[in-house]
Write a protein that binds this ligand. Structure first.
Ligand code: PEP
Ligand code: MG
Length: 766
């Protein structure tokens, strides 16, 4: 059955549209299970009913006409109970309902499986048979497996509007305007309106953006050139290896060459280019289709050929990309989109042109989201259904308050969003008024508001917002933008610039924190479980040659400024801390005693971001000058929720009572040991989070520059004594939702504060 399942899924993947896909499902499932009927019922959310959307076995006239609610019929029962129903003699079941228009009265055996996505029953997959029989366990498991696979496909169709069209074919407006919406995780607030520019990795067949061309002859000529170059490569390799290969292996080279000629793949692609598709896109589509066909073959030898086709496909695509390499253009209203946006993608985009960013992968606490917040660029992560390769050049609205991407918006949407966008600009301008005001609570408690930096642009924004220092300079960010490790002198210059920019204010430089989701292109770390693997100080302690160069560069950069603080990431035990301190002291000794530089020993700090460190604050405090809490990783490790995984993003609870308890332990123990403590995770920059942290006793908060004025404006309107009360009340509650809504309610009493803590609203047009 595994083979049948794989074949069905392969076919489904190559279906031309959603309707064809449902047809494939019902036809193939009926054939494989040897039943009389297979049907799919889909949820019509507006009517709250399950509509017959495709069938093989019932009357076609019933499609789109027959529907039932959760209270009706066996299909309704499967949906209601959200579990499979297997009946030998369906007519005798009390919930059996007869729908004459389906012509189903002759069928006795019934097996239905719910189609569930993210806890919502999106539909029901049903097989029925004339004879009385009970479907066996393996058949039931098969149907459940198909239904589980179908769930993701239906959710995607829902996002693209295809589901609505399948349920109500009269909804022509969508196909006319092409409007569609996709959801993701709102990761840096704001609204961006502009044109999509796809950022795709090179030579990746499934990442080629759909582009049309007017220059068909030119595309054909370049495509033929790329084929010729590949054929020449193959012939050269063939010649070089001819005495080392046996006849069958030599024959393979001939097969490859013949695959590229006009009667095979080459010809097929030329036909598509002639319809106006770019050579790269036409080639990638044809190759992907052939890979799917080969992968679906029963014969293992032929199935293996899928790998050869992919390899050939990448080669030709690589040549095409080399030939057609053109300076990428970023219009002044660019919306960057891609499968997995990362910091290096920002390297050549003019910052002022970016209106928004959307990434199919990643989550609220991915580093790209953090950069989005730092730069004040509306960002959506984890838009898993976004057909990003097809959106290049499309007009988009990115609503990063709701986590919504609207493609080809209607005039009505555009107008409404432009209005909200303009209001937001006014709100931001109002906040500017607090720029030069002190960050002091109503009852006189000063709270130092620092910034997190990494890019030159966010450092500049930070100065403009009146930051009192840098609580976290992520040194890995400039490392991402290069093709090799920066030399000591290159690093020194970078760090010097940062230290000078903020001098005399302190700058906390974190030593290289790679691993997890941050892999350098020239130092890839591939691991099964990277967040629990080789990360942060674990990497730098294992590579003293990298660590020592960085420490030297930092200390040399601080000469005459003496505003450097060094922060060590991912400390999980005292031994790591001791080893790092030995190296730091060694560098200081070499520079001052051996090389004669005059500089102060920088303050050294440890990040508290691994739960183990929370319970060793005393031991850590004895060894360092300060500690800094990384709530992003601390939350991920405490709750066992991958900060990058959109599937579990809803479990990443910023106000989880256990996290609040951990934060209390840290501040209380640090104070006991007279160790200064700051928070540099994202929680510090969230209005509600900042209030809780101040109420707990934290006096140094470091955040994205984009959040600084909002946090300052709030704390200036509250008393520390009130914030302490909020903390006491919150600590009596048992879950994140209760804590968050308590805080909203408590703070919404005063309209000026309510405006600052409430997330901005979006037009409710969808
Ligand atoms: C953190 O983990 O909270 C933190 C500040 O570091 P990063 O987000 O870079 O992992
Ligand atoms: Mg961290």
């Amino acid at each position: 059955m595994l083979n049948s399942l794989r074949n069905i899924l392969q076919e489904v993947n190559s279906a031309s549209d959603f309707g064809a896909l449902l047809e494939i499902i019902v036809n193939r499932v009926k054939a494989v299970m040897e039943t009389g009927i297979c049907s799919v019922y889909l949820l019509d959310a507006k009517q709250d009913t399950y509509v017959l959307a495709a069938t093989d076995g019932l009357l076609q006239a019933a499609v789109g006409k027959v529907s039932m609610s959760c209270e009706q019929g066996l299909v309704g029962l499967v949906a209601h109970k959200a579990e499979p129903l297997n009946l030998e003699h369906a007519e005798t079941h009390p919930r059996f309902a007869y729908f004459p228009e389906t012509g189903e009265e002759k069928f006795s055996a019934f097996l239905g499986s719910p189609i569930i996505h993210h806890r919502t029953v999106l539909g029901v997959l049903v097989v029925q048979q004339q004879q009385r029989r009970r479907f066996d366990e393996s058949e039931e498991a098969f149907l459940v497996t198909i239904a589980a696979q179908l769930a993701g496909i239906i959710a995607h169709a829902d996002a693209t509007g295809e589901l609505a069209r399948a349920l109500s074919p009269e909804l022509e407006y969508d196909s006319v305007s092409g409007q569609a919406h996709y959801s993701g995780l709102a990761s840096a607030p704001g609204i961006g309106i502009g044109v999509a520019v796809v950022v795709a990795p090179a030579a990746d067949l499934s990442a080629v953006p759909k582009r049309l061309t007017d220059d068909i002859e030119g595309e054909l000529a370049q495509f033929r050139d790329a084929l010729d170059t590949t054929i020449n490569d193959l012939k050269t390799v063939h010649q070089d290896l001819s005495d080392k290969l046996n006849p069958e292996e030599i024959a393979l080279f001939e097969v490859y060459v013949s695959m590229l000629d006009d009667n095979s793949l080459g010809g097929e692609v030329c036909e598509r280019i002639k319809t106006g598709l770019s050579a790269q896109y036409a080639w990638s589509r044809v190759i992907l289709e052939h890979i799917r066909t080969f992968s679906a073959m029963e014969n293992p030898y032929l199935r293996e050929r899928a790998t050869d086709v992919r390899d050939l496909g990448r080669r030709v695509l690589g040549y095409l990309q080399q030939q057609q390499h053109e300076e990428k253009r970023y219009p002044e209203n660019t919306i960057l989109i891609g499968e997995e946006l990362a910091a290096p993608n920002l390297a050549d985009v003019p910052f002022e042109n970016i209106r928004a960013m959307v990434s199919a992968k990643g989550s609220y606490n991915s580093h790209m989201a953090i950069l989005g917040r730092a730069m004040g660029i509306p960002t959506i992560m984890g838009a898993i259904d976004l057909p990003w390769t097809d959106l290049d050049g499309c007009q988009l609205i990115v609503d990063a308050h709701q986590g919504l991407v609207i493609k080809s918006p209607s005039a009505q949407h555009l107008e409404a969003y432009e209005k909200v966008h303009a209001e937001e600009k006014i709100f931001a301008a109002d906040l500017e008024a607090t720029k030069d005001e002190p960050s002091v609570t109503l009852d006189g408690q000063h709270v130092s508001l620092w910034v997190n930096t990494g890019l030159r642009i966010d450092s500049m924004l930070s100065l403009d917002r009146g930051a009192e220092g840098v609580g976290l300079y992520r040194t890995e960010i400039p490392f991402f933008m290069r093709e090799r490790f920066p030399s000591e002198e290159e690093q020194r210059q970078l760090y010097r610039e940062q230290l000078e920019m903020f001098s005399p204010r302190p700058v906390t430089m974190r030593t290289l924190d790679i691993g997890g989701d941050k892999s350098l292109p020239y130092f890839p770390i591939e691991e099964e479980n990277p967040f629990l693997g080789w990360r942060g100080v674990r990497v730098t302690l294992d590579h003293p040659e990298i660590f020592l160069v960085q420490l030297r560069a930092m200390m040399r950069a601080s000469i005459d400024l003496n505003n450097l603080r060094i922060l060590l990431p991912m400390i999980s035990n005292t031994e790591e801390l001791d080893s790092a301190l030995i190296l730091i002291k060694r560098v200081y000794h070499e520079l001052t005693v051996e090389e004669g530089y005059r500089l102060d020993m920088p303050a050294i700090g440890a990040m508290i971001e691994v739960p183990a460190a929370v319970y060793q604050i005393g031991e850590i405090a004895k060894r360092v000058d300060f500690i800094s809490v990384g709530t992003n990783d601390l939350t991920q490790y405490l709750l066992a929720v991958d900060r990058n995984n959109p599937r579990v993003a809803e479990l990443y609870h910023n106000f989880h009572p256990s996290l609040l308890k951990a934060l209390r332990i840290i501040i209380d123990d640090a104070k006991k040991h007279h160790c200064p403590v700051s928070v540099c995770g994202e929680l510090a920059g969230e209005p509600l989070g900042a209030i809780l942290l101040i109420g707990m006793g934290y006096e140094f908060l470091s955040m994205s520059a984009a959040n600084l004025l909002r946090v300052k404006a709030i704390l200036r309107q509250l008393k520390l004594s009130d914030m302490r009360k909020f903390v006491e009340q919150a600590s009596l509650l048992t879950d994140t939702v209760a804590i968050e809504s308590y805080l909203y309610k408590a703070l919404s009493q005063q309209p000026e504060i309510a405006r600052l803590v409430r997330p901005a609203s979006s037009p409710s047009l969808l």
